[in-house]
Design a protein around this ligand. Structure first.
Ligand code: PLP
Length: 428
């Protein structure tokens, strides 16, 4: 595969952009090499600066559930751009998107639009603190909620329950306000609450984690979080930035029928444009300015072009059969991968949920970050590059989820399986 122009662009970028990328996950630090620079996308495919096509399973890390440049999304963006790009004043479009979301989520009475998932989660935590008057929060190892200070932490190795920053520049005070427990470990959560319950404003969790591969909750985990938080007067925050409108129309919470106090959204609700949101019960959301004392704002919040793209996306997703067809295509891909795995005899765990799918080079199931970090990174690196060379674009890290869109065809899946068979056979 020829990547000469991408390599030149990457070298130039490194002079002016840290690491040559505007988000670290785009760099190839986990897999080695230089990333292709993307020139365009159409449906399930992207084209790089050297003229190579790839079947894309990253889909901008989740937002593009309808594929690249979906005609209805492009038309909505074009139409709104001609009417102005931003007003910094309320619009009917924002109301329309807010109503679509509140209709789809029984737990959300009111919602505030922001511009990213990071902003949504950061604001949700501030809201939980404002509402409860408590300082601490609890998160789970391996769940990612954006890059705000208090969320860039991991469990400490020393004294029980003390957390450490995972990024330079996060103060120890910020890290010490965040407790960290292993995903799927209710006992640890109970222990932390038994010792500190009256200080904990909220538990924040990805109900299905998409940031350590694809790791669903064990039976009872989500329900247990709901009862522990209720018992201790803490709020439960679902980060559905990935899962919102991805696994079904609404959230994973609709599937498990557990109502969080606050939900964070992003990705799909912006249809590939920058939109995030946090919403919840009316009495909680009434704490947000200008109604209440919790300040949060944004020059481009509810941006009309971004909101128009989100509405067009949700309208397309509302059509009958969309999620069933997405899930069926994803199952076809994953069943094919399982068959290839069994045929070549390699330790590979494959999971799918709706149009999310993930795989791990491991001989045991992955239910936590500790287990995800034991998977075979070298095998991933080799598989990733083989697939890229065959025109299959996967996430350049073993800790991510892959995504299918409505644009992925049976032929795309067949081509993917052929490439996977070749690579896995050479790895086995
Ligand atoms: N929450 C989850 C579950 C995510 O996966 C991400 C990003 O991947 C975020 C929050 C942060 O969203 P953003 O990258 O839009 O700031």
């Amino acid at each position: 595969m020829k990547l000469a122009k991408s390599e030149r662009l990457f070298n130039r970028s490194r002079d002016h952009i840290p690491g040559g990328v505007n988000s670290p996950v785009r760099s190839y630090s986990h897999v080695g090499g230089a990333p292709p620079f993307i020139a365009s996308g159409q449906g399930s495919r992207i084209l790089d600066a050297d003229g190579n096509f790839y079947i894309d399973y990253v889909m901008s890390w989740g937002p593009l559930i309808l594929g690249h440049a979906h005609p209805e999304v492009v038309e909505a963006i074009r139409k709104q751009a001609a009417l102005g790009t931003s007003y910094g004043a309320p619009t009917e479009l924002e109301l329309e998107l807010a109503e679509m979301i509140t209709d789809a989520f029984p737990s959300i009475d009111m919602i505030r639009l922001v511009s990213s998932g990071t902003e949504a989660c950061m604001s949700a935590l501030r809201l939980a603190r404002a509402y409860t008057g408590r300082d601490k929060i609890l998160k789970f190892e391996g769940c990612y909620h954006g890059h705000s200070d208090g969320l860039l932490v991991q469990a400490g190795s020393g004294a029980a329950h003390l957390s450490e920053a995972t990024s330079a520049g996060v103060t120890s005070a910020q890290a010490s306000d965040t407790f960290v427990a292993p995903f799927n470990d209710l006992e640890q959560v109970e222990r932390i609450f038994d010792a500190n319950g009256e200080q904990i404003a909220a538990v924040i969790v990805e109900p299905v984690s998409g940031n350590m591969g694809l790791v669903p909750p064990e039976p009872g985990f989500i329900e247990g979080l709901r009862s522990i938080t209720l018992e201790h007067g803490s709020l439960l925050i679902f980060d559905e930035v990935i899962t919102g409108f991805r696994v079904l129309y609404g959230g994973y919470q609709n599937h498990v029928d557990v109502r969080p106090d606050i939900t964070c959204l992003g990705k799909v609700i912006g249809g590939g444009m920058p939109v995030g949101a946090y919403g919840g019960r009316k009495d909680v959301m009434e704490t947000v300015a200008p109604l209440g004392p919790m300040y949060q704002a944004g020059t481009l919040s509810g941006n009309p072009i971004a909101v128009a793209a989100g509405i067009a996306t949700l309208n397309a997703l509302r059509r009958p059969g969309v999620y069933e067809s997405l899930a069926a295509s994803t199952e076809r891909l994953c069943a094919g991968l399982r068959a290839v795995r069994d045929e070549v005899g390699i330790d590979l765990r494959i999971r799918n949920l709706g149009s999310m799918w993930g795989f791990a080079f491991s001989d045991t199931p992955v239910t936590s970050y500790a287990e995800a970090s034991q998977t075979d990174a070298e095998a991933y690196r080799k598989f990733f590059h083989d697939m890229l060379d065959s025109g299959i674009y996967l996430a350049p890290s073993p800790y991510e989820t892959s995504f299918l869109s409505t644009a992925h065809s049976d032929r795309d899946i067949d081509n993917t399986l052929t490439a996977a068979r070749d690579s896995l056979a050479s790895l086995a």
